[in-house]
Design a protein around this ligand. Structure first.
Ligand SMILES: Cc1ncc(COP(=O)(O)O)c(C=O)c1O
Length: 440
């Protein structure tokens, strides 16, 4: 008797089909050939790729020529568990093999479980809710719309901020070179000097152009500015922002896209006493490390007021909350907990900063940051040259500005791997002049 509900046999169905070309064979080209093909086919928004990477394992990746690199950037704070982590891979495969996607007319247990986990990790009070996105910029876009729903026209952000590249997030991003080619951007955003308490007091005292403080919908803040060079807010700043925003009915929106999900050794950077001072925000945005490399973002709205700003039909997404992405996030969170990675991020991060500070190299001033979000400040504007040398020596780092190297490695980084990198730093040429010609 035939069972009409039985799944078709994959073996029978595919056996007669010609093999689809679904897997790119890395062996098919040298690094130079792949780079040329990239340039011919991919839009030139990032410049030519530094390397074409073909596989990864743990904290290492390999390029098309078979050379190995210690990945100290992790896809810019994304690959929390490193590359090809077996638990993450298995969770993604299992979910994809069970239920890969449904529309948001439907829920899935995986999505619901992830929302509940995020509320727990965020220490969010009763009435809090989550909205899922695919990226950091989309999470901030949703938060921007929440701010608009307060009915207030003004929004505050900080100089040096980076909140993403879509139009709303770009309006919150301070760098002129990113903004100007796309103006007019959504209006009403004002930038305050970074960490300046007097300017903060002034804006909430209504002392700036006499503008009404009751018009300030929201204040968007990164607890540590990542793209600006891993800059932490001065102690006490965020706590004072919280007092003032609460007193004036303004939403405090923390962008933890880069700093969240264990990167700093706490689930959220604002949970660290030295950063957050115990503040409870109204909204937190997340992405990057959340899915361990699988694209997913989230907005956590704290309490009833924030959680109900967006009503039915006021926001949406096709892919946000996709069960495969949710499974990736649940697996990532599970491994961070199971393997005690928050503690090891704090320990390995301190060790890395101590070792860099002790290296005694004339071009290296000091390391800063929290957990495994670190910048190495240099004594000369040679960060691009250092990054080039690092790549040649088998280390991926990011020259986040001319005088700083950013590190955001996998949370599984070991002390031995730190030692390898510090030995490379110690061996760098000792003058800017000796460093730069190699790059030319
Ligand atoms: C603090 C912060 N917010 C938002 C974004 C944008 O995230 P995405 O690139 O996923 O859109 C980034 C990306 O670097 C970021 O660092």
């Amino acid at each position: 008797m035939s069972d009409q509900n039985a799944a078709p046999s994959a073996a029978v169905d595919t056996a007669a089909q010609p093999a689809a070309q679904t897997v790119v064979q890395p062996a098919a080209g040298s690094a130079a050939e792949w780079t040329q093909r990239y340039t011919g086919a991919v839009m030139d928004t990032f410049g030519p790729p530094q390397r074409v990477l073909v596989r990864g394992e743990g904290a290492y990746v390999w390029d098309a020529d078979g050379k190995r690199y210690l990945d100290l950037l992790a896809g810019i704070a994304v690959n929390a568990l490193g590359h090809a982590h077996p638990t993450l891979t298995a969770a993604i495969s299992a979910q994809l093999g069970t239920l890969g996607h449904v529309s948001n007319f439907f829920g899935t247990p995986t999505q619901i479980a992830l929302a509940e986990r995020l509320l727990e990790l965020s220490r969010a009070p009763q009435g809090s809710r989550v909205f899922f996105t695919n990226s950091g910029t989309e999470a901030n876009e949703a938060a921007f719309k929440m701010a608009r729903r307060t009915g207030r026209p003004r929004i505050l952000a900080l100089e040096g901020s980076f909140h993403g590249r879509t139009m709303g997030a770009l309006a919150l991003t301070s760098k002129a070179a990113y903004r100007e080619p796309f103006e007019p951007l959504p209006g009403g955003v004002e930038f305050l000097p970074f960490g300046d308490l007097d300017a903060l007091e002034a804006v909430f005292a209504g002392a700036v152009d006499g503008a009404a403080t009751s018009d300030i919908a929201a204040f968007f803040i990164e607890p540590i500015q990542g793209e600006a060079g891993v800059r932490s807010l001065p102690a006490g700043y965020l706590a004072r922002v919280r007092e003032l925003t609460r007193a004036h009915g303004t939403l405090l929106i923390l962008d933890e896209v880069q700093t969240g999900m264990g990167r700093t050794g706490a689930w959220m950077a604002h949970h660290l006493p030295q950063i957050g001072g115990g503040v409870v925000p109204d909204v937190v945005t997340l992405a990057k490390g959340l899915g361990g490399g699988f694209p997913i973002g989230a907005v956590v709205a704290y309490g009833d007021r924030a959680a109900t700003l967006l009503g039915r039909g006021q926001h949406g997404t096709t892919f946000g909350g996709n069960p495969v992405a949710a499974a990736a996030a649940l697996a990532t969170i599970g491994v961070i907990e199971r393997d005690g990675l928050l503690a090891s991020v704090r320990e390995t991060g301190s060790y890395l900063r101590e070792q860099v500070d002790a290296v005694g190299h004339p071009l290296i001033a000091a390391a800063r940051g929290e957990g495994l979000l670190i910048a190495i400040e240099l004594t000369a504007p040679v960060a691009p040259a250092v990054a080039t040398r690092a790549l040649e020596a088998g280390f991926i780092v990011n020259p986040v500005n001319p005088t700083a190297i950013r590190l955001a490695p996998p949370l599984i980084l070991t002390r031995d791997q730190v030692d390898d990198f510090v030995a490379f730093l110690a061996d760098l040429p000792t003058t800017a002049a000796d460093l730069t010609p190699a790059e030319a």
